[in-house]
Structure formats: C-alpha cells, structure tokens
Design a protein around this ligand. Structure first.
Ligand code: SAH
Ligand code: SF4
Ligand code: F3S
Length: 467
C-alpha cells in the first residue's frame, strides 16, 4: 500500500495548529467559512473547519463578525469563478474597517496559476491563498500568515492522501466520506483534473474505519465521494475496487443508508449494479452523467463511451434494480455541437427518463483541450437549446415528483425544528413531515407536492422504537 505523502505529515500540522491556538490566549477568535462548488468541496470545508477548531476558532455566519474569512472556491464554470471574485471584492470594505481580519482563499480556483496571479495583483487585501494540494497544510500556512504578517501563496500540488486531518461535520446524522481524490479522465471541457490532480484512493481500511466510527456515533446516512468512484482502487493495486468497498461498508451493522457519487459510465460495471441490487442499505439512486447523446460530441469530449453503451448500462441497471432512480449531468453547447447533436441529447433524455437532470451550458475553461476547439454556434442558439431541454426535463421531473403522492418511504429526520422534520427520499427529493426526533428514520406517507418538496405524514413512532 502507498504511504501518505511524506511532505504533509498531520502530526507536524497539529503542532502548527497548537502554535496558532497559543497566539490567542483567552481571546475568542471567530471564523467565517464559505463553500462554493461540489460535495467534494463541502467535504474539504469540513476538514478546514476541523483544522480551524484545533486552531482555537469558533464559527460565525457573518463575515463582519469574523477574525478570519475563508472562501473554499470552485472553478468548474466561469459563472462560479465570477461569483467568487465578486464576493471577494465585497470583503474589501469590511477589511478596511477591520485591519487585522485575515482573508484566506483556497480550493480549486486557487490551484489555477492565472487566478492566483490575479489575486496577487488586484486583491492586495487578501492575506492567504492556497490550492487544493496545500489543504492539509492549512495550519502551517495560517501560522506563517499570522507570524510574518505578510501575504502567503501556496499552489503546490499534492501527491497522495493525507490521513488524520480533523473533520468538523455540518451534520450529526449525515456525512460525506471521501474515498478518493483527483481525476485522471481529462474530459476535454473540464478543469477538475488540472485543479485536483491525479486520482489517489484512500486505503480501504481507512474508509471502513471512518464508516464504522460514523455509524457508531449515530450517523445514519453516508455518501461516499469521488470524482469517479468507479475507478476506486486502481492506483492501490491491492485487489480492491469500488464494488468491493461498497459491499463491505453495506454489511456493517446498524441502520444506515449508503449513497455514492459520481459514477463515470465508462467505468460503471455490471458488478456495481449487482452489488447495489444485493444490498438493501445501498441507495437506489444512481447519478450517472451522460453529458451528451451524440457519439460525435462524446468522442470530442473524450468520454470514452457511446450513447448506445450508455443506454445498455441503464437497461442492465434497471433490470437488476427495478426501483432504480436515475439522475444525470448534461452539457449543452459544447464546441462544434450541432442542432442534430443536440436533438440526439434530447432523444436520450426523452427515452431514458431521468428523475432529475443537472443541465449546464458549456463554459470555456482555460488550459483545457476544448478551449481551442472551434465554437461557431452563437450563444443565443445554445440558450434556446438549453431552454428546450429544461422544458422537456421539467415535465419529467414534475411527473416523477407527483408519482410519490400516496406512496410510503422510510425517511431520515435530518433536522427538526418546531416539530417539523426535514429529510430526503432515497432519490434525493426534499421531504417535510411532522416529527420530533432528529436522527431517526420514519415511514412517511407522502400526501402532496409543493414546489420541489414532498409533504407527508409519518407513522406515529420512529422505526427503531417499534418491535
Ligand atoms: N466528476 C464528475 C463531475 C464533476 S463536474 C463526473 O465526471 O461526472 C460536474 C458537472 O459539471 C459535470 O458532470 C459536467 O456536466 C459539468 N461541467 C464540467 N465542466 C464543465 C464546463 N466546462 N462547462 C459546463 N459544464 C461543465
Ligand atoms: Fe471532469 Fe470528466 Fe473528471 Fe468528471 S470525469 S471530473 S467531468 S474530467
Ligand atoms: Fe468545483 Fe472543484 Fe468541485 S472545480 S465542481 S469544487 S472539484
């Protein structure tokens, strides 16, 4: 098995965390952490918050009250980047009135050299900038920022997995559990492999240990995370793959649900679907991004499957998991996409029937192969295609929601406020129902749909209290 990256040793970082904590004496220090982007970033922010806690910080919801503001950023589309820069700009005024406030930016966007350069030049009030690779070195970097009272930039790439970083989870009952980091796929439109580095799987023992601990401490829903979970284990060369990992977690004792994301169709095997079918604790929700229904576009995207192979995968999955709930990602307006290509995407959406679809207008990313591909279709035309796709899927999503009315499903009360619980169906639909015990499962009969939320009536007692 691989060693954790020797460059980043958590014990060394813990010492830095204690040194930072030592600076505060009895004074209270508050941090404001804001997360952009995907679940991987949400999970990273739970680590950043865990480290901040060790450094003596408590947390606030308002940047104005904070001694340290940390933005964990996303680079996946231009819009995401602009939002971050806008919000960083808005901190200038707050900082002007609070000179010793520390502003720190980290995450995917900061791993891009041109972004870090822009921050260096145009945002002089930002104190600390670090990329995804430096995340576990946050205590050391913050110590340097405070001790040197200067500006610190660290864009070093990370080569490996660092274990032992403290985690401050947002919820007691649901948890993100990263099983791997990075991506090797280099889809031609995508920035992720450049800002997250190569695939590194966590050792199965570590993942199983963390899952066991989570369940023992009352966590009822675990979501395994990776950019492409189906390539889990390829770099470990110890006989483990994702199906095996999933199966071993699913047989741990206790009542819990197991989700995972994301699956790349090129690596999703029949064995994976068989594993889901055989284990009732594994969610019946499958997020399987297809990106385009046109083989020509899929080739240009370097996705390494055809639309026919995608359909075959779905057919097999539905055969072995009849109650499968399928969701997907799709990109409209990839460079060179024609009306005919788009019609093929629409046909796939019509035919496959997704419960929900995450639709994106193509966004050009610096340094990716697609950046330089000819892109003749005007924005207005792409926007019309996009609207058409939204209309088609909108009807399907509504039908999927309405279908729940009258059905009963086991739902975890994730949060309870004023005797009203909120949770999700196995397929991910938000649910609201009267209940008073957070962290318990209830069998809920759905009575109506309002917007994108289901309302329902639970059995009178939580599932566990019945015999
Ligand atoms: N690793 C995951 C997805 C990561 S990004 C996977 O492969 O499924 C989430 C989604 O953002 C992608 O599935 C894709 O649909 C979309 N996306 C990524 N880069 C994009 C770009 N440059 N423009 C528009 N959408 C993009
Ligand atoms: Fe991006 Fe493709 Fe990797 Fe997903 S699999 S993160 S879309 S390069
Ligand atoms: Fe964004 Fe990074 Fe996730 S680019 S989508 S936060 S991996």
């Amino acid at each position: 098995m691989r060693e954790a990256n020797p460059e980043i040793n958590w014990e060394t970082q813990r010492q830095y965390a204690l040194r930072v904590r030592g600076l505060w004496g009895a004074a209270e220090k508050k941090a404001y952490v804001r997360t952009y982007g995907c679940q991987q970033n949400v999970s990273d922010s739970e680590k950043l918050s865990g480290m901040l806690e060790q450094m003596g910080y408590t947390f606030t919801d308002s940047p104005r009250d904070a001694d340290l503001v940390l933005f964990n950023t996303c680079a996946v589309r231009e819009h995401a980047e602009q939002r971050v820069l806008g919000n960083v700009g808005a901190l200038k005024g707050i900082k002007a009135q609070k000179q010793d406030m520390v502003i720190a930016l980290c995450g995917c966007m900061m791993q891009e050299a041109h972004v870090a350069q822009k921050i260096r030049q145009s945002y002089p009030y930002v104190n600390l900038v670090f990329g995804t690779g430096a995340l576990p070195r946050f205590p050391e970097l913050l110590w340097r920022t405070l001790a040197e009272n200067g500006r610190v930039f660290d864009m070093e790439e990370q080569n490996g997995v660092v274990e032992g970083v403290p985690v401050r989870r947002d919820s007691a009952y649901t948890a993100w559990l990263p099983v791997m980091h990075g991506c090797n796929n280099f889809c031609t439109y995508c920035i992720v492999p450049y800002v997250r580095g190569r695939e590194h799987s966590r050792a199965p023992e570590q993942v199983l240990r963390e899952a066991t601990e989570l369940i023992a401490t009352g966590c009822r829903e675990i979501t395994l995370l990776g950019q492409n979970v189906n390539s889990y284990g390829k770099d470990l060369q110890n006989g483990w793959d994702f199906s095996r990992l999933l199966a071993e977690i699913a047989v741990l004792p206790g009542e819990f649900r197991l989700h995972f994301m994301t699956s790349h169709p090129k690596d999703a095997s029949h064995r994976l679907f068989d594993t889901i079918a055989a284990n009732p604790k594994i969610s019946r929700r499958l997020h399987l991004p297809f990106q385009s229904g046109s083989d020509r576009v899929l080739r240009q995207m370097n996705r390494r499957y055809t639309a026919a192979q995608y359909r075959e995968l779905v057919a097999y999955a539905r055969q072995v998991i009849p109650d499968l709930c399928l969701t997907s990602d799709v990109i409209v307006g990839f460079p060179g996409e024609t009306e005919e290509d788009f019609r093929q995407t629409l046909a796939l959406v019509e035919e496959v029937g997704f419960a929900n679809l995450y639709t994106f207008l193509y966004s050009k990313r610096k340094g990716t192969p697609a950046e330089t591909m000819p892109d003749p279709v005007p924005h207005g035309e792409k926007a019309r295609w996009f609207e058409e796709l939204l209309r088609v899927q909108g009807e399907k999503s509504r039908a999927f929601l309405n279908d729940y009315v009258g059905k009963t499903e086991r739902v975890l009360a994730e949060r309870v406020q004023d005797d009203t619980a909120t949770g999700h169906t196995d397929s991910g639909v938000a649910v609201s129902f009267p209940a008073d015990e957070p962290g318990e499962f209830y069998d809920v009969e759905f009575t109506q749909v309002k917007g994108v939320t289901l309302y329902g009536t639970p059995q009178t007692v939580p599932v566990e209290e019945r015999d």
